[in-house]
Design a protein around this ligand. Sequence first.
Ligand code: GDP
Length: 431
Amino acid sequence: MANVVVVGAQWGDEGKGKIVDWLSERADVIARFQGGHNAGHTLVIGETVYKLHALPSGVVRGGKLSVIGNGVVLDPWHLVKEIEGIRGQGVEITPETLMIAENTPLILPLHGELDRAREEAANPGAKIGTTGRGIGPAYEDKVGRRSVRVADLGDRATLEARVDRALTHHNALRRGLGIDPIDREALIADLEAISEKILPFAAPVWKVLNEKRKAGKRILFEGAQGALLDIDFGTYPFVTSSNVIAGQAATGVGLGPSAIDYTLGIVKAYTTRVGEGPFPTELTDEDGKRLGERGHEFGTTTGRQRRCGWFDACLVKQTCATSGVNGIALTKLDVLDGFETLKICTGYDLDGTRLDYLPTAADQQARCTPVYEELPGWSQSTEGARSWADLPAEAIKYVRRVEELIECPVALLSTSPERDDTILVTDPFAD
Ligand code: GDP
């Protein structure tokens, strides 16, 4: 297939970084299409660990074009720091290897301040659990037609007009929240100063990608977060502020939907969630603690401890449907080593009725109790397995049962953070 979309099929942190890196070797272009620098990918290449937040994973591979699409919201100060950090690790980043869509909305410092002020003001049960980086408020401004976009940085008069439009709204909000108004001149000066470092990367990404597509180049669309955090199909309002599902890949860079040839869902062999919100299979007992410890379940971006639970096949079947997933990459199977018994959620019980999907109404979600199926665990290590023959029979049974329940085949199986510790069943880029 020419173009592959990678989406997280749970609540994020599925291990997309490793799989994207693995696939990026086969791609010519790697494009981010949603989210902001709240996404955290960890790439381990040999002895080097790269932590990426805003940059596409392709930047650490030579000879690729990395793209930040218009579906992303971009903090220019953060990006410049991230570029400098990655350059410090010996990676070359130039306008030939990195392009930023000119129509990408910017995250300004006022967005982060608003994010944090709102979270602080919210009652404990109403907190969204945002990363406080201004992503949500920046998307609000995009829809509210008051964003400063990358292209606006090139002209002083336009920049001033855009800033004024944003400030009319934000200063009113800030007054209500008891925060000082924005210093207009300082903001414009800061934007002008950073623009020199951002504008060299600005490009009509939609055009470049359409040309790449015509030339038969392979595009990898790199999703961030997970489908259960999607603004429409996630556990609203405990979601992110953008569409995360595969359809967004086209909108988020400026290609038509027919540009998506294959969608790979990244699925962790158990479930985790960061922050607030419903989580039917959450474990607060020793098993949950063990998953967290064995899986090193701490956020790349925030360091926050992740909530852990059994694999929820019902939810993954749902996200495979909303993203049109063709195959999954099942990650962190090795974390399940040593459990005597494993449970998989196959549906929910809602007031005595069996459901095969998670209902949308929050009160019903809260009353849903998972229906479990039990499978025998395995005592042997699967860590580093690179072929089916390296896996114990029970582990293979577990994987096969996951495929049946989610109605989607495993294309890749990951058994350690190392990129080569992967079992390949189907290459998503293969024709
Ligand atoms: P992302 O947000 O989905 O990109 O998740 P990350 O890339 O941050 O992955 C989460 C963590 O899981 C990272 O520390 C990875 O190195 C690690 N990881 C990825 N795949 C595997 C795997 O198969 N087994 C184990 N044990 N760790 C993995």
